[in-house]
Design a protein around this ligand. Structure first.
Ligand code: FRU
Length: 492
């Protein structure tokens, strides 16, 4: 009897439940990512305000609620319990009185330093750039502003005393704020895009800011500097050793054209960042074309590895991507660390461990464009070795390594739709000198994106592709092993 009741209950439940692996129409358009965040509709660019608070990960994002091109910039909002399944919430910070809400960060104000928190509990404070566009009579203005929430980010109030930082400049933006345990104050890094500088400020209460120092110009100084970040990372295998990473977006002027990001490794004493390397040395966070304005989470528990999410796109063609009714998506969340290499200390990125929960373990014939694989390329078999993936209708994307030229490459010249922008079709190469006999690669594919993590995450290459609907075959070339890709279930 009890068994019958259980099976009746199960039968009842299974009728009314939509299988999580069958995406609804809202999430099944051509090229729609199945396990990466994309807004249900409209335009997104940079991730904003990443923060973990009371068991939830918050992803805010540059969002146009009114269209699928850049404009009316506001902070869209989504929450997740596992960094994979995102639940989109109403716009958190809308454009208001002609002031757009540009990129910024969110902190957990544990001790109510701001005075915004109620009922003796911690609250969330967002620090964002208010952008007033230029008019015939006035230049544009960018200032730093606050908004706060006392209900786990569900509703927000803009601070009446805004702006909290105003240099009377048209370009001064993208504040990343964190708590300095060294100096026991809040630290803000914000960019002076045209000067190629990052300004560093300190504050006891998020409201009064004092200039502490500045960094730059250094490294790549073409175009504008945007989306600065400063965070501490452990050095792999060296207990207790850590360095600070200063990351800066460059647009245009990135290594492969358009937007991209560079980083510097050094020390930070709560006031000043000192680069360990020569100012002329340029290091890139990603060697593909489509990872920009990446941001790390504030508020993670101490035992949590640092996690970063980027905008998977490039300003060169972001407005032309052939997707609808949304445009723009985020990278897979990536765990960060530093590694000592023969060239010096370098940033290392790995897809978050949690992704395992979506991998179905099946390695038969692929039925979707959402899959992953990991394998090693032999380095003793001639010159170019790798795989053609997303093959079909004469189209494919090649991922491989040139042994002679010591470069990792992702070639999307034959990947499918490429003609929407003259900047899209390209073979994207990354220098990668190897000492072993193999190159270990992890590859994530999700309908319109390919993220390659090479040599245990020392080099990443993130690129968009728009393959034909049935292009799913994979073929090895140059002596690479046949791979067995594993499907990744949809989060929708
Ligand atoms: C970078 C960026 C930021 C700015 C935002 C506006 O992609 O230009 O500097 O805050 O986008 O949407």
């Amino acid at each position: 009897m009890a068994n019958l009741r259980v099976s009746l209950l199960l039968a009842f439940l299974s009728c009314g439940v939509i299988s999580p692996s069958a995406p609804t129409d809202d999430w099944n358009q051509p090229f729609r990512p199945q396990y990466h965040f994309s807004p249900q509709s409209q335009w997104t660019n940079d991730p904003n305000g990443l923060v973990y608070f009371e068991g939830e990960y918050h992803l805010f994002f540059q969002y146009n609620p009114f269209g699928d091109e850049w404009g009316h910039m506001s902070w869209g909002h989504a929450v997740s319990n596992d960094l994979l399944h995102w639940h989109e919430l109403p716009v958190a910070l809308p454009e208001e009185h002609g002031v757009m809400i540009f990129t910024g960060s969110t902190v957990v104000d544990e001790n109510n330093s701001s005075g915004f928190c109620t009922q003796g509990k911690a609250c969330l404070v967002a620090i964002y750039t208010g952008h007033t566009p230029e008019t015939k009579s006035q230049a544009a203005l960018q200032t730093q502003n606050l908004a706060y929430s006392n209900d786990r980010g569900r509703t927000w109030r803009k601070y009446g005393g805004n702006p909290v930082l105003d240099l009377h400049m048209s370009d001064f933006r993208d504040p990343k704020v964190f708590w300095s345990t060294e100096r026991k104050h809040w630290v803000m890094v914000a960019s002076l895009p045209n000067e190629h500088k990052v300004k560093i400020y300190g504050s006891p209460d998020l409201k009064k800011w004092t200039a502490l120092s500045e960094f730059g110009p250094a490294g790549a100084t073409g175009g504008q500097w945007e989306c600065p970040e400063l965070f501490r990372l452990p050095v792999e295998g060296k207990a207790g050793e850590a360095r600070w990473v200063m990351k800066v977006g460059v647009n245009p002027g990135a290594r492969l054209g358009g937007s991209g990001e560079q980083y510097f490794v050094g020390r930070f004493d709560g006031k000043r960042f000192v680069n360990d390397n020569q100012a002329t040395q340029t290091m890139w966070t990603d060697y593909g074309k489509d990872c920009y304005c990446a941001l790390t989470f504030n508020g993670l528990p101490r035992e949590h590895k640092p996690v970063m999410i980027g905008w998977m796109d490039n300003w060169q063609y972001a407005a032309k991507l052939p997707t609808s009714p949304w445009r723009g998506q985020m990278t897979i969340p990536r765990e960060l660390s530093l590694r000592e290499t023969p060239e010096g200390i370098r940033l290392v990125q790995q897809p978050i461990e949690e992704l395992r929960a979506l991998a179905d373990g099946k390695t038969g014939e692929l039925k979707t464009h959402s899959f992953r694989f990991a394998d090693a390329l032999p380095l003793d078999k001639g010159d170019e070795v790798g795989w053609r993936i997303l093959m079909g209708d004469g189209k494919y994307t090649a991922i491989g390594y040139s042994i002679r030229r010591k470069v990792l490459f992702v070639d999307r010249t034959h990947s499918g739709l490429v003609g929407f922008s003259s900047d899209f079709s390209a073979r994207l190469e990354a220098p990668l000198v190897l000492s072993g006999k193999e190159l270990e690669l992890k590859v994530l594919v999700d309908r319109c994106s390919i993220e390659v993590f090479a040599d245990s995450g020392r080099v990443t290459s993130t690129n968009l592709v728009f393959p034909p609907a049935d292009a799913m075959s994979i073929k090895a070339f140059g002596g690479a092993p046949e791979i067995r890709a594993e499907q990744i279930r949809s989060i929708h």
